[in-house]
Every structure is written in C-alpha cells, then in structure tokens.
Design a protein around this ligand. Structure first.
Ligand code: FES
Length: 103
C-alpha cells in the first residue's frame, strides 16, 4: 500500500510526526532533504517515538531514553533491545510517500 504523507516542506525539521495508516503506526522524520519512516511504537514498552527528541539520525524514546537509528530501526541503547520496523520512503516532485505492507 502506498500512502501519501504530503509535501516534504510540511514536515517539521528534525521532529517526528505520527501517521496512523490502517494497522500501521508510523513515525516520520524529516532531516534536511531526507525523510525517514520507522515504527512509532517503541519496541520496549508503550511509547510514541514520534514524540522523541532527534539527534543526528537518531530518535530518543521519550519514556526510557533508548535511541533508535532512523535509517535501520535498530535499538542502539538500552533498555530497548529489539528494532522497530523501517518503512521505505520515496519523494516525488516534493511529495513524500510511504510504502506499507498490507496488514
Ligand atoms: S518505552 Fe521506549 S525505552 Fe522504554
């Protein structure tokens, strides 16, 4: 399933935005001209990664502080140990699209 997020300029710089698309809960981040999309639900407990602070290409979980790589979804610090999903992003004529598997 392809989902149109909207114009790249409508995404705030280095801040997450949450999108609920079907059964997917996605956190989308724009860093400069690049856009990353990962699972919004922290792999440790219930927290919304789109509400975390962004440093370089990492987001810090707002609840217990685990850091996740926006490119790979890997958990880089405890207490989270499992990755979160990563969603392919494409940018066409300034519009951002996500590719999501049908649940
Ligand atoms: S809920 Fe994210 S690190 Fe605990």
């Amino acid at each position: 399933m392809r989902f149109e997020v909207g114009d790249i300029q409508s995404l705030p710089e280095s801040k997450g935005v949450r999108f609920d698309v079907g059964d997917h809960r996605v956190a989308v981040f724009r860093i400069g001209e690049d856009v990353y999309a990962i699972g919004d639900r922290c792999s440790h407990a219930e927290a919304s990664l789109s509400e975390g602070e962004v440093f370089d290409c990492l987001v810090e979980c707002p609840r217990h502080g685990s850091e996740f790589d926006l490119r790979t979804g890997q958990a880089l610090s405890l207490p989270a140990t499992k990755p979160v999903p990563v969603y392919p992003v494409s940018i066409e004529d300034g519009s951002v699209y996500l590719t999501l598997e049908e649940a």
